[in-house]
Design a protein around this ligand. Structure first.
Ligand SMILES: [Zn+2]
Length: 104
């Protein structure tokens, strides 16, 4: 009886571990994590240190993924200290303006 229960628990556990592992693997393969230096395209100054997932263009910056913030705020405008407007402030993200920044 006890052996039966033990075997059952072992089976359930190994299934759980396998499922979790597969999910993590598929996430890791589809969502590439990159550390980006986002620099002003006008003066080259570092504006954000940012963690980006996936390969697409940088359309928006999620605020909780900005590691370092050197930007300046002017109302809803987000700017470099040189005056170049790089995006607009939204509740949880910054909507990036096209060609205002360089990525490294
Ligand atoms: Zn600048």
């Amino acid at each position: 009886m006890i052996t039966k229960v033990k075997n059952r628990i072992n089976t359930i556990l190994s299934h759980l571990i396998e499922n979790t592992f597969q999910k993590l693997m598929s996430l890791g393969l589809t969502m590439r994590r990159r550390n980006l230096e986002i620099k002003c395209s006008e003066c080259g100054k570092l504006i954000f240190n940012y963690v980006k997932y996936g390969d697409g263009n940088l359309v928006k910056c999620h605020k909780d993924r900005i590691i370092e913030d050197h930007s300046e705020k002017d109302g809803k405008k987000v700017k470099c200290s040189c005056g170049n407007v790089i995006g607009r402030d939204r509740p949880h993200m910054i909507k990036m303006k096209g060609h205002a920044v360089d990525l490294e």
